[in-house]
Design a protein around this ligand. Structure first.
Ligand code: ADP
Length: 398
């Protein structure tokens, strides 16, 4: 069975064609600048040269047409025709309160996705456009949507409610939803498998540290809390996002300092985080070299702040679960930034968390990195959201 996984952004689209018999990625690609001058499709297939298509792509339907053409291209493609694609799995960011699991696409689901647009306009709109485009081009192919929020649907009410007037929740759906759910689910299952344990017997803290970042407390296989909130702006410090701040700062910026709502939005989402603090970059590689090769004090501060927030959150989730058996690091930073992993667990020995600096010299592979004496295990687990989406799609079809 071959599943096409599609992740549509506002002007970009990522895709993978996966053979589910052996989980092999047959093709992966990226379309950028959809609807903007200079549209470009790049496709990689193992054993073949990179295939680049530079043609005007006016909208997502146009882009998906080009993706399908690239996949069936005689010279650069990997399948003979579209009928070889058995199903499509779409990543959708926000599933609101209704969907705590993946679903097959039908009219009811599409209507509900429309309702969710107001919760995540930047993400859900392009996701819907992508699904509509695929429906047109592949009318007979079954499709599933896999939500970023779904895994967090098991959070208890005290974890997802804000202490705001109750009608904010009832009338407007203002509550914590959480994001990166597909990744947290994937790595928590993977680590249980690697430890040879049943996930139902484990208390896991998953740290998805990428450009965006979030931690999730997974108790007995279920998410019971997560750091992102009503939006992906909440929680730990991120590349360019502030994470949690005193909400009154927003009021102060607007009322006292005269910033517009748009400017505040831009500051909190794009100019804050380790970029904002360091003034150097949002990329951990740049921050590290600025801090330790150039002795840049603000870069050092950005790293210290980042480590401190993650460390505090690990402590909080150990408390939320009444203990912790294993901590997982994943995503760009979590999988690759050796020193960041060390910084995030430094000083947590009192909880039985001891990282082994030799074992920890690892990038991008599944490995245990805790000391033999560590009561709490620490693992690096590469995430694979595309595979998870494809697996959920297959499960729904069965
Ligand atoms: P996104 O949230 O965009 O999916 P990723 O999970 O791909 O992000 O993570 C991207 C980030 O990972 C980069 O911005 C960079 O900070 C970090 N990163 C990638 N490789 C390394 C590395 N070798 N060392 C340290 N950080 C890295």
């Amino acid at each position: 069975m071959k599943v096409l996984v599609i992740n549509c952004g506002s002007s970009s689209l990522k895709y993978q064609l996966i053979n589910m018999e052996n989980e092999e990625v047959l093709a992966q690609g990226l379309v950028e600048r959809i609807g903007i001058n200079g549209s470009i499709l790049t496709q990689k297939i193992s054993g073949k040269e990179k295939y680049v298509v530079e043609e005007k792509m006016v909208n997502h339907e146009d882009a998906i047409k080009h993706v399908l053409d690239a996949l069936i291209d005689k010279e650069h493609g990997i399948i003979k025709d579209m009928s070889e694609i058995d199903a499509v799995g779409h990543r959708v960011v926000h599933g609101g309160e209704k969907y705590s699991q993946s679903v097959l696409v039908n009219d009811e689901v599409m209507n509900y996705l429309e309702e969710c647009v107001k919760l995540a306009p930047l993400h859900n709109r392009p996701n819907i456009i992508g699904i509509e485009a695929c429906k047109k081009l592949m009318a007979n192919t079954p499709m599933a949507v896999v939500f970023d929020t779904a895994f967090h649907g098991t959070m208890p009410k005290e974890a997802y409610m804000y202490a705001l007037p109750y009608e904010m929740y009832e009338k407007h759906g203002i509550r914590k939803y959480g994001f990166h759910g597909t990744s947290h689910k994937y790595v928590s299952n993977k680590v249980a498998e690697a430890m040879g344990k049943d996930i139902k017997d484990l208390k896991i803290i998953t740290c998805h540290l990428g450009n965006g970042g979030s931690l999730t407390a997974v108790k007995n296989g279920k998410a019971i809390d997560t750091t992102m909130g009503f939006t992906p702006l909440d929680g730990i410090v991120m590349g360019t996002r502030s994470g949690s701040i005193d909400p009154a700062i927003v009021i102060y910026l607007i009322q006292e300092l005269g910033y517009s709502v748009e400017e505040v939005n831009d500051i909190l989402n794009k100019k804050s985080g380790i970029l904002g603090v360091s003034g150097v970059s949002s990329d951990f590689r740049d921050i590290r070299s600025a801090a330790y090769e150039e002795n840049n004090e603000r870069a050092k501060l950005a790293l210290d702040l980042y480590h401190y927030k993650v460390r505090c959150q690990i402590g909080a989730y150990a408390a939320a679960m009444g203990g912790v058996d294993v901590i997982v690091f994943t995503a760009g930073v979590g999988e690759n930034a050796i020193e960041t992993r060390e910084g995030c667990v430094e000083g947590l020995e009192f909880l039985g968390i001891e990282i082994d600096k030799d074992k920890n010299k690892v990038r991008g592979e599944l490995k245990e990195v805790s000391k033999d004496t560590s009561k709490v295990k620490i693992y690096v687990v590469p995430t694979n959201e595309e595979l998870m989406i494809a697996e959920e799609t297959v499960e729904l079809l069965n």
